[in-house]
Each structure stands twice: as structure tokens, then as C-alpha cells.
Design a protein around this ligand. Structure first.
Ligand code: LLP
Length: 413
């Protein structure tokens, strides 16, 4: 199920997934711990001793067991909300291992981020710089801050998940950065510790990522000439994975490119990977609830999972490989693989070559470990699905299925 060296044989894995479906029900998210360990080791090892920190981007998957697993591997954390900050701390991360990002931080978020003494608050604008300074002065502390720069580089990813162009809402234009660093250095409540860049997600070539890294390294060099000495360069996340099997940039090469760009400065490299660590580790297990063939037209395979459980196809037209867990005999023919939700956008795949299936068959949707369960919702009063973590030959439920009573618990009649 994953890109890794899991020792489980394909047959044993099929049996395991079918046991999980029986015990936990469908739809159900299933993650493979071995895949996450291997992905972390590939990134970490490629730094080859160069000073670095891997801040796992919790937004990709913040289930407690997954976050705790990454903490156990030596990861640090990237949080985008107070909820994620608290989850990170609950899973063992110290405040000085957490960077806090967010394009619009509320007063409450700034207050708490300052009070916690996080490794860095990534500053998104001159106004936010002011607000963080004010809150830090009021609390009698100096907040460690990094400035998020927008380098105007095209990540060549999906427009909905690109963030590094001037036309995107993120960060400050890089040419304004030196002035803002001077400003930060002059404030009583701020300690500028880093520069931050994140140009988008699901980036499959190294060139834009390397260019962004070179841009912040050049900025750090200019700042050094003005005696503003940074402690780290946060290169963000964004490295993509192969959803359809076509080649994408290799994680180790990505790290080596960042180190090559940074080495001359001697500064520590921070990265905020999400998808590349957990994406390939997850599958969504679902059952076929209906099959229908419109005469002379389409075959529809209706699953018990839809846009509630996995938003990516409906939201970004994202491609995910989908396979029957147990292949029946017979030729593959085109089918629309759709969910049960009353929206035409609720389709995981259209005109996809697919083997024959019958109602009750299990289907596996691949590479959903990142931005899958976390983006799920309860439209049509459908409770959130369970999540399971496989570790070798064992597995456990790390989130049970939500009950309708839990879903309604916030309401009064
Ligand atoms: N750092 C920052 C500041 C970010 O905004 C993000 C992702 C990351 C790190 C982690 O990026 P990654 O390594 O996972 O690419 N829901 C979309 C992806 C949105 C990504 C948002 N920011 C999807 O399903 O493709």
C-alpha cells in the first residue's frame, strides 16, 4: 500500500485490510507506520549531518497517533492554528520545537503563540509584525519571529495550492523584506530569528523549490551585511508525491538541493513537509454500495465514501489511484467512481478503466494520508470515519467512528 519497505507481503496486506474493514467498518482511513518512518528517514538522512530541523506540517494529518509517531522519530512541528499547536504539545513537542504559520492570525492566536515562546512565529505582514510586537511588549517578553517572504516564484502546481506568486495572499514581497527585518530588529518585543518561504504544495520539480531557497539565502546574506544575524532559514513544505505513478522529484535530492543552496551561509535549514511524509502512507477503504450501467453510456460504481471523507477530487480535481482490494476476473472497462453525496462533483474518478466489481466489494483509494481525513466533514449528517494505524502485522483504531449523538452534541432543539 505504500512506497516502502514494509515487510508485509501483498497477500498478507490484503487480508489485513479486509480484517480492518470488517472490524472498523467502511469508509475507513488506514495508515502504515512503516511508510511514515521510511519517508522521514529519507528526508532526515539526506541532510547528511548538515544542521537542520524537520517541522512536520500538522495540517496534512494531525491525528494524535500520527503526530506522536512523528515526534518519536525526532521530528519538530509546524502548526497553523492553536488547535494544531495544542495537538503538537499534547503529542510531546516542546514549544521551542514548533513554528507557527498562518496567513491571518487572530489576536487570541498571537497572544497565545507569544506566551508559549514558540521557536518562531512566521510573520505574514507589516500589520501583523506590529500586533505581535505589541502583545510581546504587553507580556514583557521578546517573541521569536521569522518573516515569511513571497519570492514571486511560480510553483507550477495546482492554482488552488500555489502560494509563492505576488498574486497570492501569502507573505510579504521579498524586496520589502530587508526593510521589515530592520524594523523587527528595532522592536522591543521582537527577536528576528529566521526567514520563511513556502511557495505551494504538491510541487513535483525541484527548480521552483531551489529558486525559492536561493532567494532566502540571498536575503540572509544581505541581512548579515547589516549585522542582522538569523538563526535559521525555513524553506517551508511543498514537495509533491506521485499520485499517478509518474516520476516526481526525489526527497533526498530535494534535501541535497536545499543544503547546496544554504551551505555557504552556514545557517540551519528548517523544512515544513506534510504530504511527502504521510501522503503515501494512507489508503481509504470503502465498499461498493451500487453499480449501474446506463444503456450505451456510462458505468457508475457508487462507493460508501465520497467528498465528505476525501475532498481532494471534488476540490482540486485531484487524481488518486483506486483499485478493488480483491481483483475479480474480467476486463477493465471505463467507469465513473462516485460517492453517495447528492452533488455531481462527488466523484473520485471519471471514465477510469476499472475491473468488474459487485456490491459489497472493497475498494482502496490510494495516497490519502495527507489532506484526507483532516479535510473531512459531516455534510448530510454523515459521521466522521474511523482511522486505523497498521504497524507491521498489527493494527489499531486510532480514531473510532464518530456517532450521530457526538455529531449532534453541540446543538439544542
Ligand atoms: N508550510 C506551510 C506554510 C504550508 O502552508 C503548507 C501547506 C505546508 C508547510 C505543508 O505543505 P506540503 O509539504 O504538505 O505540501 N489541501 C491541499 C494542500 C494544501 C497545503 C496547504 N499548505 C491538498 O489536498 O493538496
Amino acid at each position: 500500500m505504500a512506497v516502502t519497505t514494509s515487510s508485509t507481503s501483498p497477500d498478507a496486506r490484503t487480508e489485513q485490510l479486509s480484517d480492518i474493514a470488517s472490524a472498523a467498518g467502511t469508509p475507513c482511513y488506514v495508515y502504515d507506520a512503516a511508510s511514515i518512518r521510511a519517508a522521514y528517514a529519507a528526508l532526515d538522512g539526506a541532510f547528511d549531518g548538515y544542521p537542520h530541523a524537520i517541522h512536520y506540517a500538522l495540517k496534512a494529518n494531525s491525528s494524535l497517533a500520527i503526530v506522536r509517531l512523528l515526534h518519536g522519530l525526532g521530528s519538530h512541528a509546524d502548526a497553523n492554528s492553536l488547535g494544531e499547536t495544542d495537538v503538537a504539545m499534547r503529542c510531546g513537542f516542546r514549544p521551542d520545537q514548533i513554528v507557527f504559520t498562518g496567513v491571518g492570525k487572530s489576536a487570541a492566536e498571537i497572544d497565545r503563540a507569544v506566551a508559549l515562546g514558540l521557536l518562531a512565529i512566521n510573520v505574514e505582514s507589516p500589520g501583523e509584525l506590529d500586533r505581535i510586537d505589541q502583545r510581546a511588549v504587553a507580556q514583557g517578553v521578546r517573541a521569536r519571529v521569522a518573516l515569511r517572504v513571497n519570492p514571486d516564484i511560480d510553483a507550477k502546481s495546482h492554482p488552488h495550492i500555489s502560494t509563492g506568486l505576488r498574486s497570492n495572499k501569502f507573505g510579504v514581497p521579498i524586496d520589502e523584506a530587508p526593510g521589515l527585518f530592520r524594523e523587527m530588529a528595532s522592536r522591543r518585543g521582537l527577536l528576528p530569528v529566521g526567514a520563511h518561504v513556502h511557495i505551494g504544495s504538491q510541487i513535483t520539480t525541484l527548480e521552483p523549490l531551489t529558486k525559492a531557497a536561493e532567494a532566502v539565502v540571498a536575503l540572509a546574506r544581505d541581512l548579515r551585511a547589516e549585522a542582522i544575524e538569523l538563526q535559521h532559514l525555513d524553506m517551508g513544505g511543498g514537495l509533491g508525491i506521485s499520485y499517478d505513478g509518474s516520476p516526481v522529484a526525489d526527497p533526498a535530492e530535494y534535501v541535497r538541493a536545499l543544503v547546496a543552496a544554504t551551505r555557504g551561509s552556514g545557517l540551519k535549514v528548517a523544512i515544513e513537509p506534510g504530504r511527502v511524509l504521510v501522503g503515501p502512507a494512507g489508503v481509504l477503504l470503502s465498499r461498493v454500495v451500487d453499480v449501474k450501467q446506463f444503456p450505451g453510456a456510462k458505468r457508475f460504481i457508487v462507493l460508501d465514501a465520497g467528498m465528505n471523507e476525501l475532498m481532494r477530487p471534488a476540490l482540486y480535481n485531484a487524481y488518486h489511484r483506486i483499485e478493488p482490494l480483491i481483483r475479480r476476473d474480467g476486463a477493465e472497462t471505463p467507469a465513473d467512481i462516485v460517492g453517495p453525496i447528492c452533488e455531481s462533483t462527488d466523484a473520485y474518478a471519471r471514465d477510469r478503466q476499472f475491473a468488474p466489481v459487485e456490491v459489497g466489494d472493497l475498494v482502496v483509494v490510494r495516497d490519502v494520508g495527507a489532506y484526507g481525513a483532516v479535510m473531512g466533514h459531516t455534510y448530510l449528517r454523515r459521521p466522521l470515519p474511523p482511522e486505523v494505524l497498521i504497524d507491521g502485522s498489527t493494527w489499531r483504531i486510532i480514531r473510532r467512528r464518530q456517532t450521530l449523538d457526538e455529531l449532534l452534541a453541540l446543538e439544542t432543539e
